[in-house]
Design a protein around this ligand. Sequence first.
Ligand SMILES: *Cc1c(COP(=O)(O)O)cnc(C)c1O
Length: 441
Amino acid sequence: MPVETKNVETLALHGGSYRSDPATGAVAVPIYQTTSFQFESTDHASRLFALEALGQIYTRIKNPTADAFEERLAALEGGVAALAVASGQTASAFAIFNIAQAGDNIVSSTDLYGGAWTLLSQTLKQFGIEVRFVDPVDPENFRRATDAKTRAYFAETLPNPKLNVFPIREVADIGRSLGVPLILDNTATPIIARPFEHGAAIVVYSTTKYIGGHGTSIGGAIIDGGNFDWAAHADRFPLLTQPDGAYHGAIWTEAAKPLGPIAYILRARVKLLRDLGAAIAPQNAFQFIQGLETLPLRLRQHNENAIKVAHFLAKHPAVSHVIFPGLQSGESRRRADAYLKGGYGALVGFELKGGVEAGRRFIDALKLFYHVANIGDARSLAIHPASTTHQQLSSAEQLAAGVTPGYVRLSVGIEHPDDILADLTQALAQAEVGGSARKAA
Ligand SMILES: *Cc1c(COP(=O)(O)O)cnc(C)c1O
């Protein structure tokens, strides 16, 4: 029996139906490192293939280690079911492919992760799916871009580098009035933000980041909130509400009824995983289960440390500006406080007065922070986008993306805060010294 609670600390350890391994009694979820599962009989095999019973056939579609991870994540997020996949990029792509086809469109926020930006602006075009980008500063922009072919809204809860929290409730409500679901990438704010409580229909994660937490594995997940009535907007969602030729004319909103409000995630598994095949490896699902167990605890420390770092940087003479939800004002701050609970996440951006050269010197002087493009590791991480991730963009494009020459992004880890501040102190001194020495020369 699943443990009955709403507390995330408990759900992270006990969420879902896994209690112990039925074959051995093992308490830790075993790594079912197998491609295939033997059928009990030809009758059992037929029922599985006809989807009359949901069971294991082949690890590309379903695996017991992945099942335990999916159920725990769905319980933690407050959704009805989840699908684990090979990466965060796959999660975003599948979330869209599951309801959109050639001739359809998606309305997306302009503030996106780089990989999501190229997926939506370039690769979806190849499949005939148009993406209309709108500025989330005004939620009404989503309504204005919607037409009869719009299949979803897409956004990130806390997109960097600007770190402006997305107006979740505002856009979800517009979508619901028009029959359009909000797909939200909650990678930067697991537990801190609860998108389903604010009307989002689907949540996607790169589990590579905080959920894994230890920088060992690439993975992703799609979680179905079970709160969107696809059948009520049948014209918008023919892929879910019209007979599917690949499954004897199954209608997913009907076929899912005995299992719960899981038409969306059921189709993603049996169609997209089956045909496109970006399955999670059992070993990686196991790593993410270990990550989930301490996620609430780690995030508490990430949150506390990031607040200390942001306030420290705000007072530092080498820094002209700090970008952090907890230091914003006006509407951005209102959204941060409405949608983030228990902290503001671990991402802190800041602008060095010394520009590009100071940014380089700062990064090269770091001893504790790692210089990597990743976020969400237990270790502290830093990057200077102008000289790395965004170097191919023109200065105008960099500015539009929120990347100024002296901008540095930190993903604050869970080390002791004194040691984090000490590393920043010495690296900032190096960034400044180099600048004044050059000027003097
Ligand atoms: C990293 C990241 C992704 C992509 O995830 P991968 O696991 O690297 O494919 C998507 N969205 C956000 C917000 C990310 O940080």
